[in-house]
Design a protein around this ligand. Structure first.
Ligand code: HEC
Length: 218
């Protein structure tokens, strides 16, 4: 009994001591950023993150290139009402090599996914969204084969319009990376040549004339 009361007194003493208001140093935390995520509120003003020493969600360092954007297109978007860069884009050559048979297939697939709905499977500007003016789209998509301007449009200028949009046609820069856009332009150029009775060869296609002369010599 005596023992029990001693234990009770000690326990009560321990409780009283542990409730003291003396502030002790808290234990240190290893990698606090991992223990506590930074509170991030969706619509909060994050403009001063840098002053707080927080460096993520910054804009990329100038000169860095996003994945899939290694292929150049050096022309910036025109200021509203201006066409200087649009005109200058005519001089930019297509930096992507001629399509191989597999790339041609892929460019065609991407064209049909992204462009065919307006410009049509035949590139005649009569896709299901337009359909001779009866479809829901308010503006006639250009005939990419027969339009007097677009039918002969330099590749760099097509790239300008695919990158920044043209009137009612939006930009395709977020759906297709630069290489894909240049490859679709190769595809359009091949279709334009075909419509004129010519042919742009595929990169991995042996030129027909050389083949026959080689076999003839044997
Ligand atoms: C939602 C419908 C729509 C889609 C999808 C669309 N276009 Fe267009 N496109 C248009 C219209 C409308 C115009 C005519 C714009 C104008 O000049 O008023 C146009 C114009 C163009 C031109 C001429 C641009 C110029 O500078 O005059 C090209 C080239 C072109 N489109 C290619 C494409 C390619 C390639 C794709 C797919 C990546 C595509 N378009 C997707 C509607 C569309």
């Amino acid at each position: 009994m005596k023992k029990l009361s001693i234990i009770a007194v000690l326990a009560a003493g321990a409780v009283i001591v542990s409730c003291s208001d003396v502030k002790r140093k808290p234990g240190s935390i290893y990698m606090p950023d991992m223990a506590y995520s930074r509170a991030y509120e969706t619509y909060a003003d994050h403009s001063n993150l840098k002053e707080q020493g927080i460096n993520y969600t910054n804009m990329p360092v100038a000169g860095t290139i996003a994945r899939g954007e290694e292929v150049p297109f050096p022309i910036a978007m025109d200021k509203p009402g201006d066409t200087v860069n649009y005109v200058a884009s005519k001089k930019v050559p297509n930096p992507v090599a001629a399509l191989t048979a597999a790339e041609y297939k892929e460019a065609e697939r991407q064209y049909l996914i992204n462009c065919g709905i307006c410009h049509g499977t035949k590139l005649d500007g009569n896709g299901p969204l337009w359909k001779d003016g009866e479809g829901p789209y308010p503006a006639a998509p250009k005939n990419l084969i027969n339009d007097p301007i677009v039918g002969n449009m330099p590749e760099g200028q097509m790239m300008y319009s695919l990158t920044y949009g043209k009137n009612t046609m939006g930009s395709y820069a977020s759906q297709l990376n630069r290489k894909q856009r240049w490859q679709i332009i190769h595809y359009i150029k091949m279709k334009q040549a075909e419509a004129k009775g010519g042919k742009l060869p595929l990169a991995d296609e042996a030129p027909a004339a050389m083949d026959s002369s080689a076999t003839a010599k044997k």
